[in-house]
Design a protein around this ligand. Structure first.
Ligand code: ADP
Length: 166
């Protein structure tokens, strides 16, 4: 069975990787789906995010990376998958995920949303927090994979330079 794990992955963190590794042991194939929209601002381009995810998951054989603009359920149907996986961290995630899961079920009753608990060591990691750490020149070890650290730091080095020139 194929599962789709959608998100922004801006950038991929150790929390995402933990979920992907765990679900890749359950499903025959996992598609990590970068959901993007023209309105939503992101730090990394879709291509950059794809590259960072590929590198992070190169040792897992049954994982694919793709991107999609629009409704996740449309992608899931077209990919002939039946399951959407979402990670669950704090209680604050719960309400949003419950609403999203119900909306998706209304649109596509044949597709099930599976909520997977974050592992305790990654419970507090979010892409937003990681960007904040990078912006403030904090230590990113233990939050993102090693190959993500440099690209993340250079994003903020660039934006600081731009700011300086103005
Ligand atoms: P979105 O912008 O759609 O929330 P994210 O890239 O932030 O996308 O997250 C993608 C999925 O991964 C979401 O289901 C989110 O709850 C989950 N997730 C994010 N960080 C973690 C983490 N540290 N542990 C477990 N799941 C996580």
């Amino acid at each position: 069975m194929r599962a789709v794990y959608p998100g922004s992955f801006d950038p991929i963190t150790l929390g995402h990787i933990d979920i992907i590794k765990r679900i890749s042991n359950i499903f025959d194939e996992v598609v990590v789906l970068i959901s993007h929209s023209a309105e939503k601002q992101s730090l990394f381009t879709v291509e950059e995010r794809m590259k960072l995810i590929h590198e992070a998951l190169k040792d897992i054989k049954n994982v694919k990376v793709d991107h999609h603009q629009g409704l996740t359920v449309d992608y899931v149907r077209q990919a002939k998958a039946k399951v959407i996986v979402r990670g669950l961290r704090a209680v604050v995630d719960f309400e949003y995920e419950l609403a999203m899961g119900n909306v998706n079920r209304k649109m596509a009753p044949d597709i099930e949303t599976l909520l997977v608990n974050a592992s305790p060591e990654y419970y507090f990691i979010s892409s937003r927090m990681v960007k904040d750490i990078a912006k403030n020149k904090g230590d990113l070890n233990g939050f993102v994979p090693k190959h993500v650290i440099k690209p993340l730091q250079s994003k903020f080095a660039k934006s600081m330079n731009k700011g300086g020139k103005k």
